[in-house]
Write a protein that binds this ligand. Structure first.
Ligand code: ZN
Length: 408
């Protein structure tokens, strides 16, 4: 078993050790007799850093526990001269370790705050690259409760309470009033004792005074299966997150030429204005289509008791083509309409007044088959989309020819 130096001192960033095992596959890795590198476990992610020997310097990219109790240091590149017995020097990435200590210790303080205030136990802890989360076992969690827990946790941080590491037997632990007694067979438990605040069994790395956590900021809250997930950031992460939030808010406020505190109100106002404009545009489009349809009908002569209206537009949305077709077939009982637009999407719309004898859906399918597009519809109204603009014109003339050939 590797001697875990971080068990006794989370601030030990440098150490000397001896190589026990070198492995090359599946990835280059080292096992040492002792290590200060933290392997991923208990929700906390691994340390990174450097292991160096006389002529070699190796980057440690991941650290994990092996099943038989060793710490495995995965390396960026294979070793050259390092062998079992080689003396090495290990250096941990201090800013990463410090960040993890802030997040993990912040979690202990926060979980205890939720228990003290609302008797809500933490059932799991997750640490991601830019945020952390705890899952609380509770049926309800209000915004006010979240803010109260955040305030209390920050008070415990400001009180700068000592954080002690102790090793006790499972029996002794039972009498200490642990927040949660971990399952398992091991008789010796590592206890993290935040003075007069929280006692937990934990193998992670923690600060030595709560003041080193800096601060804790609660963010997203969401319902999960067992209860509620609360995202949080502590220490420098909290500052970086608040800085990013402020930047985004400032940029948004600048778009409105408003103060950041007025952003929600300004956004609501803008959304309301968009709603009104959209309604006005729909109404204008309706009126325009109606007027356009009337003009088109007026300038088209009847032939064989029927008006055939055929028109290509250079810039018209499919919906707008359909609207025009609807107006045309509603304004007169004897219209057959073949419309096309080359942009923004090459498209065709065929329609006929109810009672006319053709089948527009069928006709559209035929045209699409010939021109390589997709479309269809009902007997009186059909639409189709084409992949190239040049096919629009030929689609319309082919359709007209087909109607002439089949028409009564
Ligand atoms: Zn812990």
């Amino acid at each position: 078993m590797t001697d875990r130096l971080y068990y006794h001192d989370s601030f030990l960033y440098d150490f000397d050790a001896e190589v026990r095992e070198v492995s090359e596959s599946p990835r280059p890795a080292l096992i040492l007799d002792r290590s200060a590198f933290y392997p991923t476990s208990g929700g906390q992610v691994f340390d990174t850093g450097v292991i160096s020997a006389e002529n070699e310097k190796l980057k440690v990219t991941e650290v994990a526990d092996s099943e038989d109790g060793h710490i495995v240091h995965y390396l960026e590149a294979p070793v050259k001269d390092i062998k079992p017995g080689t003396r090495i020097h290990g250096q941990i990435d201090t800013s990463r370790r410090r960040d993890h200590m802030q997040q993990h210790s912040g979690q202990h303080v926060l979980s205890a705050a939720f228990v003290k205030l609302f008797d809500m136990p933490t059932v799991s802890f997750h640490m991601a690259d830019d945020y952390c989360s705890i899952d609380l076992e509770t049926a309800n969690l209000s915004k006010d409760q979240v803010e109260r827990a955040e305030r209390l946790a920050n008070e415990a941080i400001l009180e700068n309470r000592p954080v002690d590491i102790r090793f006790v037997t499972r029996n002794e632990a039972g009498k200490l009033g642990l927040r949660k007694l971990p399952p398992g067979e091991r008789d010796e438990l590592r206890i993290i004792d935040i003075r007069d605040w929280d006692i937990s069994a934990c193998g992670g790395t923690h600060v030595s005074q709560t003041g080193q956590i800096g601060c804790i900021l609660l963010r997203k809250v969401e319902k999960v299966r067992q209860g509620f997930r609360v995202e949080f950031v502590a220490g420098q992460r909290a500052v970086a997150t608040a800085r990013r939030d402020f930047t985004i808010l400032t940029e948004t406020a600048a778009l409105f030429s408003a103060h950041i505190y007025d952003v929600p109100q300004q956004t609501a106002k803008a959304l309301d204005a968009i709603k009104v404009l959209r309604k006005q545009r729909e109404q204008s489009e309706e009126e325009l289509a109606e007027a356009q349809a009337a003009a088109m009908l007026a300038e088209t002569a009847e032939s064989g008791g029927r008006k055939l209206i055929r028109r290509t537009f250079s810039e018209r949305e499919m919906n707008s083509l359909k609207l025009l077709a609807q107006k045309l077939i509603r304004l007169a009982p004897n219209v057959v309409v073949l419309l096309g637009s080359t942009a923004p999407q090459p498209s065709l719309v065929f329609a006929q007044s109810p009672g006319q004898p053709f089948d527009m859906g069928q006709l559209m399918k035929q045209m699409m088959g010939k021109l390589g597009g997709r479309g269809g519809g009902s007997k009186d109204m059909a639409q189709g989309g084409l992949s190239n603009a040049a096919a629009v014109e030929s689609g319309l003339s082919e359709a007209a020819k087909s109607l002439e050939a089949t028409g009564p």
